[in-house]
Design a protein. Structure first.
Length: 401
């Protein structure tokens, strides 16, 4: 801008015969005009950036809503499946109980008919008709036993009738829950469809750079969905194996406390957990749902606790994670280790300890240099929480003592 003003100044001196004061006044006016135009353009640019930023925020908000709806629909479908299984089991129990009840009723009817055939003979008459004391004692004993059995039979029958009634009420309640679950699934499915339509509308307003970023986010979300599906399958197999072993897991499940540091070198945080956007260099402003730990190229990486390997990505972009490993520690706790240069000698389903090398640090995927991206997840890899408290450190860049 200064250069432009200087050129204008020279041109005016060479072609005009105005006084110096007139020239200065003219230049001042031109400078004001230029500055005004610059301010106007800057304001326009800020408005455009603001609009684009808001559009991107809308897309991200809708992405979160879509993920939430999908998660809720998955849970509702699982609950629905469980309810239907419970209904089937309850119906079977009720059927068996009703058959047993009918059998007891039949026995009771036969008992009543037998009593009628005997007539009005009382227990006392039966005893007095005894020919001797031995027969008297024997009859007395048998009559007592019969009375006890009759009472126990009736009590058991009353108990079974009450249980059958309870089963019937439980069955009706479960059927009502199924109806409600189906209605909720339908409602969430409609909301999901609407959110996707809104998202497509906003994505159409993004510029090329933002569309590229959105494409990366989509790939990242697809990767998470793939991982969560694989985790469920791995844990299903683990549950079957544990059941075969008498209900015992092949590793000590996490019950709380500080996790082990995933490396055996200097403890240092390179970049913080910042779900609202980072302020540290070199990726300022970006969302970061993990914590980056100091780990030069090739550094061995270890699990933060005993567990089972539930997912491995050994090649490709991996939704931005590059080469990475997910370990389940039981009770809904998972840890994720990303950007590896290579994977250790492990396979999905393997039991690992804090001494098992699961990966080697690198810079694969969306990475700014060799390091370990570490995440702690609860329930699934979609629910990421701050790893710092689990590692016993502060959520800030620098050495950890």
């Amino acid at each position: 801008m200064k250069r432009k003003i200087a050129i204008i100044f020279v041109a005016i001196i060479l072609t005009c015969s105005f006084t110096l004061s007139t020239i200065a006044e003219s230049l001042t006016d031109q400078q004001k005009d230029i500055q005004k135009q610059i301010r106007e353009n800057e304001d326009k640019l800020k408005e455009v950036e603001k609009n684009l930023s808001n559009t991107m925020k809308e897309v991200q908000a809708l992405n979160s809503s879509i993920a939430e709806y999908q998660s809720e629909i998955t849970k509702l479908n699982e609950n629905l499946s469980n309810l239907e299984n419970e209904i089937e089991e309850t119906e079977q129990k009720l059927k068996e109980a009703q058959i047993k009840e009918e059998e007891r009723k039949d026995v009771l009817e036969k008992r009543a008919i037998a009593m009628l055939k005997i007539g009005n003979t009382t227990y006392l008459e039966a005893l007095l008709e005894s020919s001797d004391m031995t027969e008297f004692v024997s009859k007395y004993y048998l009559i007592g036993k019969m009375a006890d059995l009759d009472e126990a039979f009736l009590q058991e029958m009353e108990k079974e009738i009450a249980e059958n009634k309870e089963l019937q009420e439980k069955l009706e309640k479960k059927k009502d829950e199924v109806t409600q679950a189906k209605a909720e699934i339908e409602k969430k499915t409609a909301a999901l469809k609407n959110a996707k339509i809104q998202k497509d509308s906003y994505v159409g307003k993004l510029n090329d750079e933002e569309k590229a970023l959105q494409s990366d986010i989509e790939e990242y979300n697809k990767e998470l969905n793939k991982v969560n599906a694989a985790i469920k399958e791995a844990e299903r197999k683990a549950a079957e194996q544990a059941a075969a072993n008498g209900g015992t897991a092949s590793y000590n499940k996490y019950t709380g406390g500080t996790l082990a540091w995933p490396t055996r070198i200097e403890k240092r945080v390179n970049s913080i957990y910042a779900p609202g956007g980072r302020t540290d260099i070199p990726v300022s402003g970006s969302v970061h749902r993990g914590i980056d730990l100091y780990a030069p190229q090739g550094t061995p990486i270890y699990p933060a606790a005993d567990g089972q390997v539930v997912y491995i990505n050994s090649s490709g972009w991996g939704g931005g994670f590059g080469k990475y490993v997910v370990v389940s520690h039981g009770n809904g706790l998972y840890t994720l280790y990303a950007h590896g240069s290579g994977i250790g000698s492990i396979s999905v389903g393997d039991t690992v300890t804090t001494d098992t090398v699961i990966m080697y640090a690198g810079s694969t995927g969306w990475s700014y240099g060799a390091h370990l991206h570490f995440e702690v997840c609860l329930g699934s890899t979609s629910n990421k929480v701050n790893p710092a408290p689990y590692l016993g450190c502060e959520n800030k860049v620098g050495p950890v003592y």
